[in-house]
Write a protein that binds this ligand. Structure first.
Ligand SMILES: N[C@@H](CCC(=O)N[C@@H](CS)C(=O)NCC(=O)O)C(=O)O
Length: 213
């Protein structure tokens, strides 16, 4: 039987692709990865051929296509439930944290787009983005399990959702509280992330963020 195929955008820029890919990697489910370059002339038509939602990531399974990073992660968690915390309140709070990321922090997302080839280059951020950063650190503080390296102790989908944020903080040299900094350092030293990051350095596609730096 053919393996599920995860369609992703450029590793350098596609934070939603990174989230879904990290979760599938951790799940142990075998899958293939295929990349569609973003911001090229053919991008829109190439994505519309493989994703009913018109975005990547999209996962092609033997039973159908799933688009949207969170839906792909839930598909994986139905097969591998330990991708969410085992305890029901922790699981509910992990889902809340993921939903906050999936639907929110819009200013941070707009002004600090993920760029894995940008390392420690400071950018002046407006008040709304600073507020997003403050809220994010407060959220992390609220849910962080004291004894654990990860948000809810063991690695979970919540940590996948915040890994691209940790990379943005590093890219834009954002100063963080020590707890948040050490959480980011943990996420960015994960083997799967490092693998994705090193492949991102080899990509040679259009940079949509050349001007706003
Ligand atoms: N809510 C979606 C967002 C996906 C999304 O915005 N993906 C971007 C790439 S990171 C995309 O496909 N953009 C289409 C384009 O650049 O043409 C998800 O979680 O998967």
């Amino acid at each position: 039987m053919s393996l599920p195929v995860l369609y992703i955008g450029n590793r350098r820029f596609s934070s939603w692709s990174l989230r879904a890919w990290l979760v599938l990697q951790k799940s142990g489910i075998e899958f293939e990865t295929r990349l569609i370059p973003l911001n090229e002339g053919e991008t829109r038509s190439a994505i519309s051929e493989i994703s009913p939602g018109g975005t990547v990531p999209a996962l092609h399974t033997a039973d159908g296509v799933i688009w949207d990073s969170l839906a792909i992660c839930e598909w994986a968690a139905e097969r591998k439930p330990d991708l969410w915390p085992a305890q029901d309140m922790l699981r509910a709070r992990a889902r809340a944290a993921v939903s906050s990321m999936h639907a929110g922090f819009l200013s941070l997302r707009e002004h600090c787009p993920m760029d894995l080839c940008r390392e420690g280059v400071y950018k002046d951020l407006d008040d709304v983005t600073q507020m997003d950063i403050a809220v994010m650190q407060a959220l992390w503080h609220d849910v962080m399990t004291p004894a654990g390296e990860f948000m809810f102790g063991e690695w979970s989908i919540a940590d996948a959702f915040f890994t691209p944020v940790a990379s943005r903080f590093r890219s834009y040299a954002v100063e963080l509280h020590s707890e948040a900094q050490s959480y980011c350092d943990t996420l960015l030293s994960e083997k799967d992330y490092l693998d994705w990051h090193s492949k991102a350095q080899l990509e040679d596609y259009t940079n949509p963020y050349e001007n706003p730096l």
